[in-house]
Design a protein around this ligand. Structure first.
Ligand code: HEC
Ligand code: HEC
Length: 288
């Protein structure tokens, strides 16, 4: 009885919801925020940008960035919690299906460069974490003007994903593969390209995507352990400086696709960065 009265009092004060959030869900939400804001950096594509590709304050995840490649012109949608212009009216399961299966609630398919093939490998727990985090993103009213257009039919990415277990905690190469391939989608850019926005899983680490922007056209470098074509002779510190500081081994500042993510990836947990290093060093050397 006494605890009930306490509960009612707390509820009236608005304390109960805060207490509820401090429960086990708080860890899931923290994980989701870390994945969404830092490792996967969803905002690199889904933020609203102004001239020179500078993010507009207050417009996080509000969409509108245009990606033009041979074969498509894609526009990143608003993924804030706004019910009309964002995904606020979608259920958790619908948001999860969009991320991991590339399917919208109306059944239409989501095309590149949304990295669906990579996200198909996101673990059940991390997917739930991302959805929990997206639910906390403040709604921003921004109707993205254009729809994406593709000169090729979108493929269904292999249908529903039943379940994906956590990667082994004690195997840095496997954890690094999970982070670099599935979460940070490094290998979407840093792999030989099959066209139609798809990376070749057999060409991981090879010279990859050519990205055009206000900075000109740059090609994602060979980051396999090849001694001359790749980063085989780089020290760990040099590789980390490229990922978290946006500078190449010779001190050259890297173009925005890397440089813009540097400060974001600098917030990655040291163990995650070490796992990425272990994975990159484990790749077969690529000649190109
Ligand atoms: C490399 C750029 C890129 C990254 C990184 C990216 N997205 Fe996307 N995303 C897109 C584009 C472009 C589309 C729209 C594609 C289309 O129109 O078919 C999209 C579509 C979506 C949609 C469907 C929304 C709608 O209204 O149709 C959701 C949800 C989504 N992304 C969530 C995420 C989340 C969550 C992350 C991070 C874990 C993320 N995206 C990372 C580019 C990206
Ligand atoms: C959106 C595409 C994209 C993503 C995602 C991406 N990169 Fe890059 N990366 C590039 C491009 C483009 C360059 C070359 C930039 C330049 O030459 O100025 C580059 C350069 C690099 C370099 C420097 C290589 C050299 O020879 O100077 C390293 C190392 C690197 N990336 C590692 C990574 C890692 C690790 C990840 C994931 C954590 C990642 N990249 C994610 C596009 C990307």
């Amino acid at each position: 009885m006494r605890s009930l009265r306490w509960a009612v009092a707390l509820l009236c004060l608005g304390v109960a919801p805060a207490l509820a959030q401090a429960g086990p869900d708080a860890a899931l939400l923290e994980r989701g925020r870390y994945l969404g804001e830092v490792v996967a950096a969803c905002g690199a594509c889904h933020d609203r940008f102004g001239p020179g590709l500078r993010p507009i304050p207050g417009m996080a995840l509000a969409g509108g960035r245009v990606f033009e490649e041979r074969g498509f012109r894609a526009v990143a949608p608003n993924i804030t919690q706004d019910r009309e212009t964002g995904i606020g009216a979608w259920t958790d399961a619908q948001i999860a299906a969009a991320i991991r299966e590339g399917r919208r609630p109306d059944g239409s398919l989501i095309g590149p460069p949304m990295p669906v093939e990579s996200y198909r490998g996101i673990s059940d727990r991390d997917l739930a974490a991302l959805v929990a985090w997206l639910r906390t993103v403040p709604p921003v009213r921004h109707a993205v003007p254009d729809r994406s257009t593709y000169a090729f039919p979108l493929v269904a990415h292999g249908g529903p994903v039943a379940t994906v277990p956590e990667p082994p905690a004690n195997d840095p190469v496997e954890r690094g593969r999970y982070i670099a391939v599935n979460l940070a989608h490094c290998m979407d850019c840093h792999s030989a390209q099959l066209g139609e926005g798809r990376a070749d899983p057999n060409g991981r680490g090879a010279r990859g995507l050519v990205i055009e922007g206000p900075w000109g056209a740059v090609q994602a470098a060979n980051i396999s352990p090849h001694p001359t074509e790749g980063i085989g002779r780089w020290t760990d510190a040099q590789i980390l400086a490229a990922i978290t500081g946006g500078v190449s081994a010779n001190g050259r500042p890297l173009a925005p696709p890397m440089a813009a993510r540097g400060p974001v990836w600098a917030r990655m947990e040291p163990a995650d960065l070490r796992a990425i290093l272990a994975y990159l060093r484990s790749l077969p050397p690529q000649e190109r």
